[in-house]
Design a protein around this ligand. Structure first.
Ligand code: CP3
Length: 349
């Protein structure tokens, strides 16, 4: 009987659980974005936040790279900062400047005035996007939901935008550790509800982005960040794999692993096999091509791709990705060539 045949789990989910796959699954951070002409066409008509808040449009953007590239997963089109907008801090995506927060959180008083995020009412549009995408995706291509990790989200809240040195963030952490922990706990609670809402709506894996965590010393990470990140990961329900991503983490990898996740992200600053050794072979890894490599023609980046596949050594549990997001200057044909190259190089014959 047909109904007795167990559904085959998508390759990406199998890899996340370190099960053998017919080829190395690949998806690319920022695969839905400005390097795609069809994204730019939609962006010409909607501001970035409007796109995120219009489920039909956000679902369309999520699906664009799946159709164009043949990647093995979709990543929800949204942003890690949507969760802070309900705090009333004045979130804006200014043209060419990245995110800005007009009323940043700078001291214990600012933290004390924050009300908890009402995730269900404030972020319902994200769950609606997830439902639309989950319904539209072909079988075998899972949807990855995501959220920012508490440290990286807090760094935007405190700095008011992107930062080089994270001075205000580290000062709050060092000078007002109780306020810091209270802010992190507020973010942990909101993020846990947010990720579980995405899973209930149909996300089959989730990624936690701790993009800027590499700015921290191992001691600060261990004491002031790891427990909060772990609390988010432990709150994720439904047996859904968690991808724990960071950059600049070569010196933090064993601690990142300790914080949790089924899959640990490796950027390009460490060889894939050395990174895998550092996190342990009982977790899966994701990575680790330098996004800048994709600016050059495929013949130029092929050796780097071969090297990554070789270092993974055919062991189950490798998800191919970039070490960080696709750059907007990247030619679409190069990205398509990368996806095909990974599939061909890793195919079991
Ligand atoms: O394809 C995807 O990856 C899905 C969508 C996605 C976006 N942001 C869309 C986006 C995801 C997963 C994110 C996560 C995100 N947002 C992170 C973590 C990932 C990372 O890159 O480290 C961070 C740090 C942010 C915050 C953020 N949002 C920044 C720093 C910027 C400016 C970046 C830039 O290149 O200008 C954004 C804006 C943003 N988020 C864009 C997109 C497609 C560009 C906005 C536009 O269309 O003008």
């Amino acid at each position: 009987m047909l109904s007795d045949v167990p559904p085959v789990e998508p390759p990406l989910l199998r890899a996340a659980r370190r099960q053998p796959t017919p080829f190395t699954p690949v998806w690319l951070m920022r695969q839905a974005g400005r390097y795609l002409p069809e994204y730019r066409a939609l962006r010409a008509r909607h501001a970035f936040l409007d796109l995120c808040k219009t489920p039909a449009a956000a679902a369309e953007v999520t699906l664009q790279p799946v159709e164009r590239l043949g990647v093995d997963a979709a990543i929800l089109f949204a942003d890690i900062l949507l969760i802070v907008e309900p705090l009333g801090v004045g979130l804006e995506f200014a043209k060419g400047e990245g995110p800005m927060i007009h009323r940043p959180i700078r001291d214990a008083g600012d933290v004390a005035r924050l009300a908890p995020v009402e995730v269900e009412s404030a972020l319902g549009f994200v769950f609606e996007t997830v439902r639309l995408v989950a319904r539209a995706l072909p079988a075998g291509v899972p949807l990855i939901g995501f959220a920012g990790a508490p440290f990286t989200v807090a760094s935007y809240l405190i700095e008011g935008g992107p930062s080089r040195d994270f001075i205000a963030t580290k000062r709050l952490m060092h000078e007002a550790p109780e306020a810091w922990d209270r802010l992190m706990e507020l973010l942990v609670r909101a993020t846990a509800v947010y990720l579980n809402g995405q899973i209930e709506a149909g996300a089959q894996a989730v990624q936690l982005f701790d993009s800027w965590v590499g700015a921290l010393s191992p001691d600060d990470y261990r004491a002031r960040v790891l427990p909060h990140t772990r609390a988010v990961i432990e709150a994720v329900r439904g047996g859904v794999p968690v991808i724990h991503f960071g950059t600049g983490t070569a010196g933090l990898l064993p601690l990142v692993r300790e914080a949790g996740g089924d899959v640990i992200g490796l950027d390009w600053r460490i060889d894939l096999d050395a990174g895998w050794r550092a996190v342990g072979d009982d977790v899966a890894v994701q990575g680790n091509l330098d996004p800048v490599a994709l600016l050059s023609p495929p013949a130029r980046f092929e050796p780097a791709v071969r090297d990554i596949v070789r270092r993974a050594g055919g062991r189950p549990g490798h998800i191919f990705n970039l070490g960080h997001g696709i750059l907007q200057q990247t030619p679409v044909e190069h990205v398509k060539a990368l996806v095909d190259m990974v599939h061909e190089l890793s195919a079991r014959r």
